[in-house]
Design a protein around this ligand. Structure first.
Ligand SMILES: [Zn+2]
Length: 283
């Protein structure tokens, strides 16, 4: 079960499997602990939803100081509901200032870089290769899930980093549950070709409406890629049912903020160098 934590009034969740990795820092944040008002109350981390910019900036500042991570070390994508994956090499520049980061997943082994996924119903997924120390953050809404974005990221980790599925851990944060996520026929059709679709797509109460379990759809991709079931854990919290704690796009009717989910590989502490005066020792 995910644990509920608080730091400087910022409420967040920890996935136990990831907490056991001493090289990691991660948080699935709630909406608590920020300064935004009304529909965006309070820890809205998105500048793109109509909130006042100065408040969002203050929220970022609060997050950065609470977790003691410089603000410029958080990397936020311009999520576009696709399946493009941004791979960040361990050294060198990773983008130019004019580049729009239109991606829905990040993979990296770079230290001190907090990779972020903004959500308000979509599924935030974190993958960790605990042996090779590679991490990935995924934004999986229905379009990305239908495109198989979780499987795509796992394959990329295997091909580019030599990750073995049995070494991968997966943590799935709060997202809209099958209790509240009704989709129409085009969305349902997008999943029909997937294996075991009956595990996560159920007939709705109305004609041509379906209830979609996005967490299960992504878990299915992980299992099919060979990640052991015991290595996958989900928060099990529905953002629409729990709007007191989380932003929900569907639950709010569309005007709301975004919570932030982030993960970072901590930099190894520098070795303590013992200075020895060899000459003096010889005499
Ligand atoms: Zn619900």
């Amino acid at each position: 079960m995910f644990s509920i934590c608080k730091i400087n009034n910022i409420g967040y969740l920890h996935a136990p499997l990831l907490s056991d990795c001493d090289f990691l820092l991660h948080a699935f944040c709630t909406r608590h602990g920020g300064v935004s008002q009304d529909d965006y109350k309070s820890l809205n981390m998105s500048f793109r939803e109509g909130d006042e910019e100065f408040r969002v900036l203050q929220n970022w500042d609060k997050l950065a100081s609470a977790f003691n991570i410089p603000m410029e070390n958080f990397l936020v994508l311009n999520q576009v509901h696709g399946d493009n994956v941004f791979v960040i090499k361990p050294h060198g520049d990773y983008f130019t200032s004019c580049e729009a980061l239109n991606y829905d997943a990040i993979v990296t082994n770079r230290t001190n870089l907090a990779i972020c996924i903004k959500t308000a119903d979509c599924v935030p997924v974190f993958f960790v290769d605990r042996i090779k120390k590679v991490i990935a953050a995924v934004h999986a809404g229905w379009r990305g899930s239908a495109l198989g974005i979780s499987a795509k990221v796992i394959h990329l980790m295997q091909n580019q980093y030599g990750s073995r599925p049995r070494d991968l851990l997966a943590a799935i944060g709060p997202s809209i549950g099958p209790c509240c996520y009704e989709v129409d026929l085009p969305a349902a059709e997008a999943f029909r070709h997937q294996k075991n679709a009956e595990d996560f797509l159920f007939p709705g109460k109305q004609k041509d409406r379906w209830m979609l379990d996005l967490v299960q759809a992504n878990r299915r991709q992980m299992l099919d890629c060979g990640i052991p079931d015991a290595n996958i854990e989900a928060a099990g919290l529905c953002t629409s049912c729990r709007q007191d704690d989380f932003f929900s796009h569907r639950g709010s009717g569309g005007i709301t903020g975004r919570q932030i989910n982030f993960m970072m590989i901590k930099r190894d502490p520098p070795c303590r160098v013992l200075t020895v005066d060899d000459k003096r020792r010889l005499h």
